[in-house]
Design a protein around this ligand. Structure first.
Ligand code: BDR
Ligand code: CA
Length: 310
């Protein structure tokens, strides 16, 4: 099994990412840490606990930072609602977070692990960057970072910036410069990782409570995509599960090694991942940039994974 630490800000697509990670049976999930992003830290933490309660998972959960490294928090309640995970079919959490912070929790897991661990961040990169500053000697224990964030040709919170990177650009800058191998599932691929009404009906027909919750989560955030991203023809972008799916089956995706930097100071472009797709800078690639996906296969592995859950 692939050893991972998942850093997330649930968030509807984060919740589906957790279902994929646990249901696939492919991972040794050593810890979940929560980032402030889609909603405040208090809410994303509570949401992560709700999902773990729903699926009956028992792994350490570590609470992350309340706000970005140097900026005020920006949330995405326009997509994920007042709770950050508006959905009728989720239980109240019956599990509690650990007393350690996310940064301390990551350090504990890496220190105790004999093998390298992969980090999977699907929210702003605040916890990961803070960890790298606090425990630089543990960097070599990180095998790779497979993240959802950024993009080559577009943004979603500004014309060019993607939400996770935009919320904490200084953190992203530090992570992209860290030298750790990175896989970036940005908007180019996630806007092809679409779920349509017919797929949602399929998840609902699974008959287990996770299938019902998955369908309700998809229904909720489809509202945003159907009204805002009309070019997707009724599809909703299932962003965060891509970062996990790439680890399960990289052949399902198309990607290219590129040099990527993060704009911090731009007046129009703060939080943009600047991807040298055609190698014009001559700089050595630091990121595997993912930009296409076999959508049918993606939905299929998500379906098969959620089928395995309670
Ligand atoms: C990213 O932002 C959040 O709203 C989603 O959970 C995803 O991680 C997409 O830009
Ligand atoms: Ca997210």
């Amino acid at each position: 099994k692939i050893p991972v630490i998942i850093d997330c800000d649930p968030g509807h697509d984060d919740a589906l990412m957790l279902m994929l990670a646990f249901g696939s049976g492919k991972f040794d999930i050593k810890a979940i840490t929560t980032s402030a992003g889609n909603q405040t830290q208090e809410k994303t933490l509570n949401n992560a606990l709700k999902i773990l309660t729903l699926i009956g998972a028992n792994v350490p959960v570590y609470k992350g930072a309340e706000k970005p490294m140097f900026r005020d928090l920006i949330i995405a309640d326009h997509v994920h609602g007042e709770t950050g995970l508006d959905c009728p079919s989720l239980p109240q959490p019956t599990i509690k977070p650990d007393f350690l912070s996310a940064v301390e929790g990551i350090a504990k897991v890496l220190t105790e692990s004999d093998e390298k661990v992969i980090l999977v961040p699907t929210g702003p990169l605040t916890n990961i960057a803070t960890f790298l500053l606090a425990y630089p000697h543990l960097k070599d224990k990180i095998g790779r970072i497979s993240l959802m964030g950024g993009g080559i040709f577009r943004g979603n919170i500004t014309p060019l910036a993607e939400f996770n990177i935009f919320v904490d650009p200084e953190a992203a800058h530090l992570v992209f410069k860290s030298g750790i191998p990175i896989t970036m599932c940005g908007l180019d691929v996630t806007h092809k990782a679409l779920v349509f009404q017919k797929d949602i009906d399929l998840f609902r027909s699974l008959g287990n409570k996770s299938g019902l919750a998955a369908a309700d989560l998809m229904d909720f955030f489809s509202i945003f995509y159907r009204t805002t991203c009309t070019e997707l023809n009724g599809g909703a972008a299932l962003h965060d599960p891509c970062a996990i799916a790439w680890l399960i089956e990289p052949d399902m995706f198309v990607s290219k090694p590129c040099f990527v930097d993060v704009e911090i100071n731009g007046t129009l472009t703060s939080g943009t991942t600047v991807v040298d797709f055609y190698g014009v800078t001559g700089k050595k690639p630091n990121v595997e940039v993912v930009f296409d996906i076999n959508r049918e296969r993606y939905i299929e592995i998500l379906y098969n994974s959620i089928k395995n859950l309670p």
